[in-house]
Design a protein around this ligand. Structure first.
Ligand code: NAD
Ligand code: ISE
Length: 339
């Protein structure tokens, strides 16, 4: 059976996901597309044999030829489309963030709980990265003892002109927030954000880099260096310190060159290059689960918790205070196997 997928929002990542659905993965085809920029959507549809161009996201969701939906429009528009999919009883893969406010995520969680089954997967693709998975396997096995700390760094080479200071949290650190929750099967209890010396490469008004301290409910502390003007490449780092040892992400260069007394290797140019395998694995898992009649991976609860943490981190950044993160009670729908 081929899963007929409709894609809402065909900008940068929407087109990348269409490429992987069409040319890389198995079991799915892109059957319909739409975008608020209809000219862009038409150009994309023209390259997809048999794909229907819809005038709006809601029209695409209602299309009986669309079995499941991918939402890759701008974050503030996600809520409307995810709620539309839940109302239509269609499985939806929503790129991060699930929605941009706690209130919007709460409406999605409530709608899914009322539907009585999981229909939403959120695109936190790092959970599918081979290196992060290997790290989690070591932490979870207990072979190096109880985890105490995690050091993380999220360095972008640069950011586009529309990127705002708060997006260092909402757009970038959100991935590290999800990794922390997933790595330790735990919730974030409080957040503090420190502002180191500002990089001269940062645009006026930007606090770049930031040091984001996540206190997990267990007492594990995760420090995340978030820097979006690193210049030299896209550099993602992680090390978990346990009672009997440490485990860290290896360098992602495929090969190291040693010559003239030096060692060198490639630093990925961007997130597309660094996480290409993670995105492929994530999407294949979604296609397989939806074809089998369900879903998998990061849930609407994970999307809700991540957005609450981002709001908490922004409050910490703007106040300079340590701010507790307060979640609602976790509904039963998300109590087993959702993370
Ligand atoms: P983009 O600006 O390149 O593309 C977004 C597209 O959505 C544009 O074509 C825009 O016209 C369209 N759009 C906006 N409002 C719409 C609406 N109401 N209905 C339909 N289409 C609409 O942005 P992008 O970089 O592709 O990001 C899209 C989403 O993917 C964001 O939520 C972003 O956070 C997420 N993202 C995730 C990752 C990741 O690593 N997982 C990486 C990049 C982006
Ligand atoms: C981008 O939107 C992503 O999601 C990338 O994974 C992240 O590394 C980058 O910082 C964001 O801007």
């Amino acid at each position: 059976m081929t899963l007929n997928v409709g894609v809402i929002g065909v900008g940068m990542i929407g087109q990348d996901h269409i490429r992987r659905l069409t040319h890389v993965l198995s079991g799915a085809r892109v059957a319909a597309v739409t975008d608020v920029d209809l000219a862009r959507a038409r150009t994309v549809a023209d390259d997809l044999p048999g794909a229907v161009l819809h005038d709006s996201g809601q029209e695409l969701i209602a299309d009986p030829g669309v079995d499941a939906v991918v939402v890759t429009s701008w974050g503030p528009t996600h809520e409307e489309y995810v709620l539309g999919c839940i109302a239509a009883g269609k499985q939806v893969f929503c790129e991060k963030p699930l929605a941009t406010t706690e209130a919007a995520c709460t409406r999605i969680v409530d709608a899914e709980v009322a539907a009585g089954r999981r229909l939403v997967m959120v695109g936190f693709m790092r959970r599918y990265d081979p290196q992060y998975r290997a790290m989690k396997q070591v932490v979870t096995s207990g072979e190096i003892g109880l985890p105490l700390l995690m050091h993380a760094a999220h360095r972008n080479p640069s950011v586009p002109p529309h990127y705002t200071s708060d997006m260092i949290i909402n757009d970038s650190t959100v991935h590290d927030i999800d990794v922390a929750r997933w790595m330790f099967d735990d919730e974030i209890a409080a957040i503090t954000v420190l502002k180191p010396r500002v990089s001269s490469k940062a645009a006026a008004g930007f606090n770049d880099p930031l040091l984001v301290l996540l206190e997990m409910a267990s007492g594990v502390v995760v420090d995340v260096e978030a820097m979006v003007n690193a210049g030299f490449g896209y550099d993602i780092r992680g090390e978990v310190v346990c009672e009997d040892g440490t485990v860290e992400l290896s360098e992602s260069a495929g090969a190291l060159v040693k010559t003239a007394g030096r060692v060198s290797g490639r630093v990925p140019a961007n997130w597309q290059e660094r996480f290409v395998r993670a995105f492929d694995t994530e999407f294949q898992a979604w296609i397989d689960a939806v074809t089998a009649g369900g879903t998998t991976g990061p849930s609407a609860w994970d999307g809700y918790a991540a957005t609450v943490s981002c709001e908490t981190a922004l409050a910490a950044l703007h106040s300079g205070e340590r701010v507790p993160a307060v979640l609602r009670e976790r509904p039963d729908l998300y109590k087993e196997g959702a993370r």
